[in-house]
Design a protein around this ligand. Structure first.
Ligand SMILES: Cc1cc2nc3c(=O)[nH]c(=O)nc-3n(C[C@H](O)[C@H](O)[C@H](O)COP(=O)(O)O)c2cc1C
Length: 191
């Protein structure tokens, strides 16, 4: 496998929304989880636990459950719609974009820094995937559906755990252009 530098990998990561019809191998998923748990963890609590879903019918079911729930959030008063680019009322829209795999990072919430731990693990996982030539995207719109009691039980997520970071993983189809970024806002630099 060709290896990129860490700096190249950070710049090469994209939110990929178009995937080839190709399975992500089990050993790659296992490797991604190993990289995920190398992330910093507050007070060395290591709270993250993972659910991996590769069943396309179940992913479609979660997508169909999530869309109306997320639409309500988008239409709630005061919600900014600037970046909501997809039509959640479109029956053909799949919030997982046909990716082979969904990895859900969970933790026993609430707790100090537990969600921070999950998101740090998420970024490690996404950078590792980029390094392996895989595409990823955080799918925040799936969170409500994933945290419903029935879905949690089907995914073997214990009651006391919450889904925090849902990330799709798959082989990209085509090339995703980098998105723009504002320049860093430096509020102070005191010396
Ligand atoms: C917490 C969070 C939730 C997100 N949820 C979604 C989502 O539901 N669907 C989606 O297509 N992208 C989602 N994204 C991806 C962002 O849209 C993306 O990171 C942003 O547009 C910047 O693009 P880039 O990741 O390619 O640099 C999410 C990102 C984050 C951090």
């Amino acid at each position: 496998m060709e290896t990129k530098s860490a700096l190249e990998t950070i710049l090469d990561r994209r939110s990929v929304r178009s995937y080839a019809d190709k399975k992500v191998e089990k050993d790659l998923i296992e490797a991604l989880l190993t990289y995920a748990v190398r992330a910093p963890t507050a007070m060395h609590q290591e709270p993250c636990a993972f659910a991996v879903i590769q069943d396309q019918n179940l992913l479609r079911e979660i997508s169909d459950l999530a869309k109306p729930q997320f639409e309500k959030i988008l239409h709630a008063p005061g919600h900014s719609k600037t970046h909501a680019t997809h039509d959640f009322s479109d029956p053909n829209f799949n919030i997982f974009y046909g990716a082979d795999t969904l990895i859900v990072i969970t933790a026993k919430l609430p707790g100090h820094f537990l969600d921070a731990d999950c998101w740090l693990a998420a970024e490690n996982l996404m950078l590792a995937a980029t390094g392996m030539g895989l595409g990823t995207c955080v799918i925040g719109s799936a969170l409500m559906a994933l945290n419903g009691p029935d879905m949690k039980s089907r995914l073997n997520i214990p009651d006391e755990y919450s889904a925090v970071a849902p990330i799709i993983v798959g082989y990209p189809s085509g090339i995703t252009a980098p998105s723009s970024r504002k320049n860093p806002v430096v509020l102070s630099w005191i010396y």
